[in-house]
Design a protein around this ligand. Sequence first.
Ligand code: 6PG
Length: 482
Amino acid sequence: KKAQIGVTGLAVMGANLARNFARKGYTVALHNRSVARTDALLAEHGHEGSFVRTESLEELVGALESPRRILVMVKAGGPVDAVIEALVPLLDPGDIVIDGGNSYFQDTRRREAALAAVGLHFVGVGVSGGEEGALLGPSIMPGGPQESYASLGPMLESIAARAEDGAPCCAWIGPDGAGHFVKMVHNGIEYADMQVIGEAHELLRSVAGLEPGEQAEVFRQWNTGELASYLIEITAEVLGQVDARTGKPLIDVIVDAAGQKGTGTWTVQEALALGSPVTGIAESVFARALSSAEPAMRAQAQRLLPAGVGATTEDVVGDAGFVEDVRQALYASKLVAYAQGLDMLTLAGAEYGWELDLAAIASLWRQGCIIRAQLLETIMEAYAGESAPANLLFAPAVTTALEAALPAWRRVVARAVERGIPAPVFSSTLAYYDSLRRPRLNAALTQGLRDYFGAHTYRRVDDASAGAYHTLWSGDRSEVIA
Ligand code: 6PG
């Protein structure tokens, strides 16, 4: 019997996706550069479904029904190109090559164009949910030629997570790199989501005096309300963990230098190119960079830089009101971070000619992925109607939620600043919110200065035709139309 899908690259993500397909009743052809890994997978999990063992890409291609579907699960970058190069001569027009890794979307656009030119379909798929998600139901973001979704979509939907309403957490996102782009922004939001949780954790400890074990209980409680989400849930697990070696909370023996594989940085680089103000995501990426800066420099800073914290700050240790304030600040910052990420998707859609359906994207993030959260139901509803809001923050349910949280959010940011506790995402998302709603921004002065030193011109508030004006700064200071 010919296999319906082939998987090449059987590291944990590839292996688990292959098993997921097999458990859903598909016959799956397996290939890995070293056959030992294929055999190990078959020995351990071969009984879970119908697998075909292959030892070469030729054999893999030969094992597949037509049109062939081949899922490539190798390291993003050069290895993906190498596999594609080896596969292309073996394939026939109409066959589908699927890249399920965290590839850079511009690579996906390039590969899609190259394969389209030889009659092949290239589908760049964002897959979220980690190892467990890959096996039990990930959130899946496929991009590429829409016609390939007719053949591939049902298979992907069958292995995807399901939302509470039964909808699969998988939908065709758009042409070429759209799927990988949306996965990249998902990761940017993931960074912000984790950073705001980290800021809450730090404030609960340094201001409210809650030990990690006590905080685990707080997060567990928060997970029953509007903050309910996978990341809050696992925060309770991590904070509650006691280190076997020292008896201390595990969190206190983990080095405070955050790593990253690059998707967060890509999100911010791309946001800069698009002019998309994803301040919360950017601060999260920078917070990771700062944490892993030269340890020697951090040590020196601790010796040299004074806190300048006044003695007047009242103590709020054990203050339940402050804990609730932090919860509300966390929710509000999270809302803004999601709004920024979605706004970036809108800008990218216009730039790259994708018609991104934000309701569908929010829908497929509801389960399976790392940022899955109760909030995504609200976001999905915000975009589900006829007239989508220009910014998530304008959806009535979101505006109302922010209004309720604002006093607490401002108190928390003020307290953090007073105490010298960094809360970059709490504060930058609040600055974004305030910048959006202010009738006048200090950009007027920026324009005045640019005109002064470089004759860059400015527009006047009383000229609807948006003409460019210049003041003769080094002359008689009269104004001319440029
Ligand atoms: C997911 C995750 C995953 C990502 C890790 C690590 O959606 O399942 O986003 O794809 O690789 O979260 O990312 P960093 O190493 O950049 O933190």
